[in-house]
Ligand binder design. Structure first.
Ligand SMILES: [Zn+2]
Length: 400
């Protein structure tokens, strides 16, 4: 059997010459779409309202099939309707970055792409994407897994540093999750949506302070990897990164605002659970962790971290103080540590605020209430300003 490592399809030049609107999104026709077991493997059928460029590849640990499209509207798609197979255990779908879409199929067993192709109906312009997967062994799978290297697909485009003539603090606000990673969900509430709302409210308050230039890592419902969020902060010259979350944690009955800073060792079980959960969210959304260059320049990064660590600790304390002053309900142990990759910038003080936990009824209600959110907004602003005062004092001491 020929092994196809990854398959690309770019817009064919000879597609039906009819009223094709390529700016429109392709819709999924659920009546002609399904993911089912075959005799030995798996069959993926997706009926699209028009042909779009796509690519398909496998990722390992966990075993996944990833389909990227330019671009699909997932309205009406549901996992129970689409997925009816034992060799596939779950789906994630949604936008990954403005301009493209992703479907991730979690596999229960190693499978490789046997055939993949699109048939376009000459009369209607609709497209049928068919992928057949055949069984393989874990070693062959691992050897063939990995995202294809193509800079035009999914390489995040980072914004340039913002205009900042009077040298204000640049604060990157990072609303957690988004796109095919909704984060915690409870009673119709998605953490990704809630955090975007909160981040926009904080952004507004920081800007109005006249002392801070805020930048958001995402300003729509699209997926951005933890790594890309960190890199964006660096690209815009951030002085501070504040990641906003409200996860659902089962460990230790988490409730109340909690501020996490980076550590290779989790401060407790709940912190460990959070770190594992966040990196798993990234993986399930189709992030390829093979071939990462994080080990490069480790010593230099360690040196920079030594300098940044006390500043990060001061930032976390200032945020606890600011939130407390605004009457925000804090966790009984509001300062915690965990190995979370979005916090790994060696030179930028970075914190992750769990503003509350969607797993807790009181927190869930509080976060949906604009008046309560306003306390978070005030508390974060207050915390950042308190921190900047202490930074200015440190700078002044250094200059003496
Ligand atoms: Zn989260």
């Amino acid at each position: 059997m020929m092994i196809l490592r990854a398959i690309f399809l770019w817009l064919p030049t000879a597609i039906p010459l009819m009223a094709q609107d390529f700016s429109a999104l392709a819709r999924v026709d659920m009546s002609a779409s399904q993911i089912i077991d075959t005799r030995r493997g798996l069959s993926v059928e997706l009926a699209l309202s028009q042909v779009v460029p796509y690519r398909v590849y496998m990722l390992d640990a966990p075993t996944r099939l990833v389909l990227d499209f330019k671009e699909v509207d997932w309205t009406g798609v549901s996992e129970p309707a689409l997925l009816n197979a034992d060799r596939a255990t779950g789906l994630r779908y949604g936008s990954v970055e403005t301009g493209w879409s992703r479907l991730v199929i979690a596999l229960s067993t190693p499978l490789l792409i046997d055939t993949a192709g699109v048939v376009v109906d000459q009369n209607t312009g609709t497209a049928q994407l068919s992928i057949d997967l055949a069984p393989t062994d874990p070693e062959t799978f691992a050897a063939n897994a990995g995202a294809p290297v193509d800079p035009t697909w999914g390489t995040p485009r980072f914004p340039a540093p913002p205009e900042n003539p009077d040298g204000r603090l640049i604060v990157v606000l990072d609303p957690g999750h988004g796109g095919l990673d909704p984060g915690a969900q409870r009673g119709g509430v998605k953490e990704a949506d809630l955090m975007l709302t909160l981040a926009r409210e904080v952004e507004d308050a920081l800007r109005r302070s006249g002392q801070i230039v805020p930048v958001l890592t995402r300003n729509d419902d699209s997926f951005v990897s933890l790594d890309a969020r960190r890199k964006l902060a660096r690209a815009v010259g951030a002085d501070v990164l504040i990641s906003l979350h409200a996860d659902a944690l089962t460990e230790g009955q988490a409730t109340g605002a909690t501020i996490y800073t980076l550590s290779d060792e989790a401060s407790d079980l709940a912190s460990q659970q959070l770190a594992t959960k966040l990196s798993r969210d990234d993986l399930l959304a189709g992030v390829d962790l093979t071939g990462r260059d994080d080990q490069v320049a480790t010593i230099l990064m360690d040196l920079a971290r030594q300098e940044t660590e006390p500043r990060t600790a001061t930032l976390a304390e200032a945020l606890v103080e600011g939130l407390g002053q605004q009457g925000v309900k804090l966790n009984s142990r509001p300062l915690r540590r965990a190995e979370i990759s979005v916090l790994k910038s060696p030179e930028i003080p970075s914190v992750l605020i769990e503003v509350g936990f969607l797993s807790n009824d009181a927190d869930l209600l509080a976060l949906q209430d604009p008046a309560t959110r306003n306390r978070f907004v005030g508390g974060i602003l207050r915390g950042v300003l308190l921190w900047s005062i202490s930074e200015a004092k440190t700078d002044a001491r250094r200059l003496r």
